[in-house]
Design a protein around this ligand. Structure first.
Ligand code: 4AD
Ligand code: MG
Length: 465
């Protein structure tokens, strides 16, 4: 591989040594005596400033977006803020690899995110857009390290499945496109794209004790909001011999804080990558958010019942705060979640022990308690601006109780038989959670729309390429 810009800034060559570079033009300024070309190559947010003297050495075709190569440039100390620059002189060559058309959309400087979403083949070439993709990669690396340090094994559960983990009926069906000659479906039974890998992860948990995964998940939800995707990445973790919800909430908090502490520590990765390309305003909100997140000793944790009390008090004072009246037994609407985290706690908050009817069949039912109806040993992590970031619970480990619950809910038992069988052999208390990876990225980058933290967003009526 030829040296990329990131390699070069990591260990800069000696001043006055020759250098060759390949990349794309991110800006040009041409005057009578000299031309300046800014060059990026995608490996880092940093560009290389090239000074072309005499300016006629610069081919006419060089515009924003052109791919170019420089041979035998001179790597010298720069002036002012610029630590280094590359001088292109009669002894060097600067040539075009690939030209751009007159109508190349990135020739224009300012674009809205909405417009950029319509040109998915180009948008990520903008340095400030590329930053979020490097950020994704950096956050994933931080998570890989975190789980490794905590003795978890990363596993690879299937994406095609015959079970509906959440029972919410938001499944995409899988079928072979060339199925015409078969008189039954490809797998001999209905198959779907996974909505959550949890059921398979629970199986692996019995073998490996602490397991996690980061996989695509698919939900045919028709709501086109700023926090929903039809295809998103979910981080899921499952841990054996866990019998209290606070073990799970403490662990979730530790996980997110470990990512945030990385934002501040690694110059080349994480935080600086985003901050250097963000607008002043966006950068300030990100820094403020990260500091807040690390600043508070421990995030608050309240029960669903308390959350309803808090919401009701606000609603009774002023019923224009919410469109939907908060009532015990109803789901927390997105507006309620955002208000509790954003307005009331002004930080992330765990909400535990939701009513049984609001959650999936596998959650452990709490015993006792004086709530209007039974609750489950579960939690959601709510964060400002977004609402739910994590959903997790203790899992019911008793075969009989699981069967009773499946029957009570009138769920189809047949596709769950494989899952239930394991509870008759060496069952064990365990729990876990799922975190929307894009929601985490959206939260940390203070982006308004989840569609701007994934390279090719899919939502209802939108599978552009
Ligand atoms: O709360 P959910 O539905 O939980 C589960 O699927 C569990 N089986 C996970 C587990 O315990 N292993 O989804 C988990 C998280 C949500 O908190 C949210 O962050 C994210 O996944 N999520 C979505 N993100 C983007 N677009 C969507 N349509 C999402 N649906 C859920
Ligand atoms: Mg949930």
């Amino acid at each position: 591989l030829t040296k990329c810009i990131k390699d070069i800034y990591r260990s800069p060559p000696c001043a006055n040594s020759p250098i060759s570079l390949k990349g794309w033009v991110s800006g040009t300024r041409i005057s009578k005596n000299v031309a300046f070309v800014d060059m990026v190559d995608g490996t880092t947010y940093e560009d290389v400033k090239c000074v072309v003297r005499p300016p006629y050495l610069l081919p006419n075709a060089v515009k924003v977006g052109t791919s170019i190569k420089i041979d035998n440039g001179l790597w010298v100390e720069g002036r002012g803020k610029q630590k280094y620059e590359v001088q292109v002189t009669e002894n060097s060559s600067i040539g075009v690899i690939g030209e751009v058309e007159e109508l190349f959309p990135l020739l224009k400087k300012q674009h809205t995110e909405k417009f950029l979403r319509t040109i998915p083949q180009y948008r990520w070439r903008k340095p400030e857009e590329a930053a979020i993709l490097r950020f994704r990669s950096n956050v994933e690396t931080a998570l890989v390290n975190f789980f490794d340090q905590h003795s978890f094994t990363k596993t690879h559960p299937p994406i095609m499945t015959s079970s509906d983990c959440e029972g919410a009926g938001e499944l995409f069906t899988v079928e072979a496109a060339s199925n015409a000659s078969l008189d039954k479906c490809f797998f001999g039974k209905e198959a779907y794209l996974t909505v959550s890998t949890q059921l398979h992860l629970e199986v692996l948990c019995a073998a490996l004790n602490r397991v996690w995964t980061l996989t695509p998940c698919f939900r045919a939800e028709e709501s086109d909001t700023n926090r929903h995707l039809s295809e998103f990445w979910m981080l899921e973790a499952e841990m054996a011999f866990t019998s209290r919800v606070d073990q799970l909430t403490d662990f979730s908090e530790l996980m997110i804080k470990s990512v945030i502490s990385k934002l501040f520590s690694d110059f080349y990765g994480m935080g600086s990558n985003l901050l250097k390309t963000a607008s002043k305003e966006q950068g300030a909100s990100m820094l403020k958010r990260w500091e807040m997140l690390l600043g508070q000793e421990k995030w608050a944790s309240i029960t669903y019942t308390d959350a309803i009390k808090i919401l009701r008090t606000a609603y009774e004072n002023d019923d224009s705060v919410f469109q939907y009246e908060p009532k015990w037994g109803d789901s927390l609407k997105s507006e309620h979640e955002k208000w509790i985290a954003g307005e009331y706690f002004k930080n992330p908050v765990f909400v535990t022990d939701y009513p049984v009817e609001e959650k999936a069949f596998y959650m452990k039912i709490n015993e006792g308690g004086n709530t209007p109806a039974p609750t489950v040993a579960c939690y959601d992590l709510l964060v400002p601006d977004i609402g739910e970031l994590i959903g997790g619970s203790l899992r019911e480990e008793e075969y009989g109780k699981l069967c009773t619950e499946i029957e009570r809910r009138k769920l189809n038992l047949e596709p769950l038989k494989w899952y239930l069988a394991q509870r008759k052999n060496g069952t064990f208390p365990h729990g876990g959670f799922g975190m929307g990876f894009e929601r985490l990225l959206q939260y940390l980058s203070c982006k308004d729309n989840i569609k701007d933290v994934i390279a090719f967003p899919r939502t209802v009526n939108n599978c552009l390429c």
